[in-house]
Design a protein around this ligand. Structure first.
Ligand code: SF4
Ligand code: SF4
Length: 250
């Protein structure tokens, strides 16, 4: 913007400022009109080129996107765009490979993954990459209506069972249908597994109590006041430093 040289007279200065503002105002309007004209020219060019085109074009055709004119819109769903291979769309969890480690839940910035883990009493199985599964998932829900498609959950998944698929059209009438459930346990099975683990813990605790009671009894039999043997005395090691020999006086 050119700098304005202002007059020393305050009245002249006021007039100069008003003229400068008016010029800038009309300049902006002119730029806006030019911008609209360019945009509309491009739109009308494509619309004009497409006025005779009524045949359905195959989107799978490798030259589809090389056509410079004649295409205005896609006839979805008859015509569909091929999603890019690195596209991030609907999430899918291959539950047989999920170790229920909770990493995806922790990393999700919008808390749209919910897991209800149940500890197993032993090894449940192994994933296709050989990782041991030690937990069941009573619930593994992903609410895609909250998902921001960042893909972080898929990058932290140690078994790569959580992936973003190429499915991009999952529009529904009720937003609650965007909650996708992946858990492979029925409520009855989950309750059974939970009860099994609780029983396992109770039995372990009982066994521990019995073992500690038995140890106490064997250490101090009834009616005796046997003292524990003291550890043998070990003399402390004290290093002796020899004085350095004095250099001979010459
Ligand atoms: S893609 Fe991002 S927002 Fe969506 S579930 Fe995964 S971590 Fe959460
Ligand atoms: S990060 Fe992967 S393995 Fe761990 S709970 Fe999530 S989906 Fe399962």
């Amino acid at each position: 913007m050119r700098s304005m040289r202002l007059c020393a007279n305050p009245i002249h200065r006021l007039i100069q400022r008003s003229i400068f503002k008016m010029k800038a105002y009309f300049q902006s309007i002119l730029e806006g009109i030019q911008s609209i004209r360019k945009g509309m020219a491009l739109t009308w060019k494509h619309a004009w080129a497409a006025r005779k085109q009524r045949s359905i074009q195959n989107i799978q055709d490798p030259d589809y996107f090389n056509q410079q004119a004649g295409i205005v819109t896609l006839q979805y769903p008859q015509q569909q765009m091929i999603p890019p291979v690195n596209g991030r769309y609907q999430l899918h969890n291959e539950m047989d490979d999920c170790i229920v480690c909770d990493k995806c839940v922790k990393v999700c910035p919008v808390d749209c993954i919910e897991i209800d883990p149940i500890k197993a009493t032993g090894l449940v199985g192994t994933t296709s990459d050989g990782s041991p599964i030690r937990l069941y998932a009573a619930k593994f829900d992903i609410d895609m209506s909250k998902c921001c498609f960042c893909g972080l959950c898929t990058t932290v998944c140690p078994t790569e069972c959580l992936t973003m698929t190429s499915e991009y059209d999952f529009s529904v009438f009720d937003v609650k249908e965007h909650n996708f459930e992946f858990a492979n346990l029925s409520p009855e099975q989950a309750a059974e597994k939970r009860a099994l683990y609780e029983q396992f813990v109770a039995e372990k605790e009982a066994a521990k109590t019995v073992a500690s009671a038995a140890a106490t009894t064997s250490e101090a039999p009834e009616g005796t006041t046997e003292e524990k043997p003291k550890p043998a005395f070990k003399p402390a090691f004290k290093p002796v430093f020899k004085p350095k020999p004095k250099p001979d006086a010459e």
